[in-house]
Design a protein around this ligand. Structure first.
Ligand code: CAA
Length: 260
């Protein structure tokens, strides 16, 4: 598939999605959003894939936000449409059944930070800067940032970041729980690959269930969420992977999960 603004590459069961508009610091224009959506469909329908890494092209930026040049003259109706597309694409990212890892290799601002927030795990390079600077442009985050950041770091920290519009460096992002680890820039992808390779060895059905239960449960009450866990746990006992995983343990060998 010939993409213009992204790259989608494969390393066996691992897919790597790179936002590729380095001259605009990988800012999301409509085309890039559309291509990310297409790529996520391709990933979703490829049953061989077991993990996805998302990153930005070049050394300076992950994604520096939605494309300001495209937004400047938007009417409220057009902005509503644009935010709708962003929400749809980011929801797709968040609900992929395979685990997703954001490799934040520089600026992750506005829509870029919101993209990272849709990934399951976020790792950052030492030169990364994250933030939601929309109020400095007279608007608010529009691709889920007000909600996902708040759920991740809490209301007060989210308000500080969103009201001031200031970026935090990677160390501060780790301190507030926005990123998991901070790596030297030249080790970031290697680290993300090594985490992905760990996940490739685990039962894919189990990871998909864990992700579903965590995501749905986090927004619900504990009782319903625990019921969801019980369903997920019990359903897995209908899979070959459950037999394989437990037998392999008892037979003191590595399991060979097939995803069924
Ligand atoms: N949209 C469009 N173009 C962008 C962009 C963006 N979000 N971010 C950077 N660029 C472009 C710049 O216009 C510049 O283009 P030219 O070379 O043609 O002038 C190029 O990328 C390089 O950027 P700078 O020269 O500004 O690089 P810098 O190192 O001096 O600064 C930066 C880097 C601090 C990230 C700065 O570019 C910046 O502040 N960018 C905007 C960040 C931002 O406000 N993001 C939020 C957007 S709103 C949003 O995302 C809404 C939403 O929630 C959906």
């Amino acid at each position: 598939m010939g993409y213009e603004t992204i790259r989608l590459e494969y390393e066996e069961q691992l897919a790597i999605l790179t936002i590729d508009r380095p001259k605009a610091l990988n800012a999301f224009n409509a085309k890039a959003l559309q291509e990310v959506e297409l790529a996520l469909r391709v990933v979703h329908h490829n049953a061989q894939l077991r993990a996805l890494i998302v990153t930005g092209s070049g050394e300076k930026a992950f994604v520096a936000g939605a494309d300001i040049a495209e937004m400047v003259e938007m009417t409220p109706t057009q902005a509503r449409e644009f935010a709708g597309i962003g929400h749809r694409v980011f929801h797709m990212m968040e609900t992929l059944s395979i685990p997703t890892i954001a490799a934040v290799n520089g600026f992750a601002l506005g829509g870029g930070c919101e993209l990272a927030l849709c990934c399951d795990l976020i790792y950052a390079s030492e030169n990364a800067k994250l933030g939601l600077p929309e109020v400095t442009l007279g608007v608010i985050p529009g691709f889920g940032g007000t909600q996902r950041l708040t759920r991740l770091v809490g209301r007060v920290r989210a308000k500080e970041l969103i009201f001031t519009g200031e970026m935090v460096d990677a160390a501060k992002a780790k301190e507030i729980g926005l990123v998991l680890e901070v790596l030297p820039a030249d080790r970031l992808m290697e680290h993300c690959r090594s985490v992905a390779h760990k996940l490739l060895k685990r039962g894919p059905l189990a990871i998909a269930q864990a992700k579903r239960v965590i995501e749905f449960g986090a927004d619900g009450d504990l009782r319903s969420a625990n019921e969801l866990e019980r369903q997920g746990f019990s359903m897995l006992f209908g899979s070959e992977d459950q037999r394989e995983g437990m037998r392999a343990f008892l037979e003191k060998r590595q399991p060979m999960f097939k995803g069924r």
